[in-house]
Design a protein around this ligand. Structure first.
Ligand code: RIB
Ligand code: CA
Length: 331
């Protein structure tokens, strides 16, 4: 174990987290980055990129690949209200196309994800939730046990956007997939970190970056390089972007020190009714010079009081170095 990891471990400062995800190529990287820096108490899976059976299988595959020892609990199969609409065009039919995995060995918890979340959060204060898929599981857990809102340290979300969407001009996939669930989380009063498309689209990896990952020469890095090549091709061909956006690890990186992602306090509301805007995260950034040059720097927020730390910038080089460092730490 290298000195930095030993230091963190000995200091006992590894933040306890639960990762809620819908693997998903970028979710896979979020799992590996989180396990590199935090004490991952569990991985809960949810329907999103693909159905929950496949996201659960994919979580098992990544846990096996990296040699992690983390409980995995299968979560909600559909959003709170609307039917599920998956995204195989981006992640492939399996949700993690691009690499042939061996049969999974990592077990799946007998408890479902919502029960696992409620039990774990009731048993221990100060846990951080990191959500990189639709927020259905978290919303169900908060509805099941409202008292948890006072015991969760904070929630870091990859979702929404302070500017444009991807599924629609206004809505980002995770918020769009289950807007009602996103509204429950953003109205919970729990300290929130929001990494939206306005930043995660800047967190892209290109073929040279993928080659650097492959050159790390480990089983995990070679597999991730193959997966990222598939993901890069799909992002280029179906989304029209010149690099593969590593959305989900941003929700981990924003919690790390020194910071690689900058943020502003802002109020975020989730639109549930708009014909053209359902699933939009309406961020009140009227006080933020980054979006509103007329605003006085650090001036008082307008409208409702801020309920989230909203990401507005990223040091892409430092972010990619975090990814490479994490991948180099696995077999
Ligand atoms: O919009 C990007 C998000 O949708 C990411 O979490 C990606 O994995 C997909 O779930
Ligand atoms: Ca995801």
């Amino acid at each position: 174990m290298d000195a930095s990891r030993e230091t963190v471990r000995l200091a006992g400062r590894r933040r306890p987290v639960i990762l809620d995800c819908d693997p998903g190529h970028d979710d896979a990287l979020a799992i590996l980055l989180a396990a590199r820096h935090f004490d991952v108490l569990g991985i809960t899976t949810v329907a999103g990129n693909v159905d929950v059976d496949r996201t659960t299988l994919n979580a098992r595959r990544i846990v096996d690949l990296a040699g992690l020892d983390v409980p995995i609990a299968r979560g909600c199969a559909a959003p709170l209200v609307q039917p599920a609409v998956h995204a195989p065009e981006i992640h492939g039919e399996s949700g993690l196309d691009g690499y042939e995995f061996p049969p999974p060995r990592a077990p799946v918890e007998a408890r479902d994800a919502v029960t696992f979340l409620v039990d774990t959060l009731r048993a221990r204060d100060g846990i951080t939730l990191i959500a990189t898929g639709p927020l259905t599981n978290l919303a169900m857990a908060l509805r099941t046990a409202p008292e948890l809102a006072g015991r969760i340290r904070e929630i870091s979300v990859m979702g929404g956007s302070a500017t444009f969407g991807n599924v629609t001009p206004a809505a980002e996939f995770n918020a769009w997939f289950d807007p009602e669930a996103a509204a429950v989380v953003f109205q919970s009063g729990i300290p929130l970190w929001m990494c939206g498309l306005n930043v995660t689209r800047q967190a892209g990896i290109d073929p040279a970056g993928i080659a650097r990952i492959e050159a790390l020469g480990t089983r995990t890095s070679r597999a991730m390089a193959a997966l990222l090549r598939f993901y890069f091709d799909r992002q280029r061909d179906r989304v029209g972007v010149a690099s593969a956006s590593l959305h989900d690890p941003c929700a981990v990186a924003i919690l790390l020190q020194p910071p690689v992602i900058s943020w502003v306090p802002a109020h975020v509301a989730v639109e549930l009714r708009g014909e053209h805007t359902r699933g939009m995260t309406v961020c009140d950034v009227r006080h933020v010079p980054h979006f509103n040059p007329a605003a006085v720097d650090g001036g008082p927020p307008r409208g409702a009081p801020p309920n989230a730390h909203v990401a507005v910038g990223i040091d892409r080089g430092a972010f990619l170095r975090l990814i490479e460092d994490a991948l180099a730490s696995y077999p």
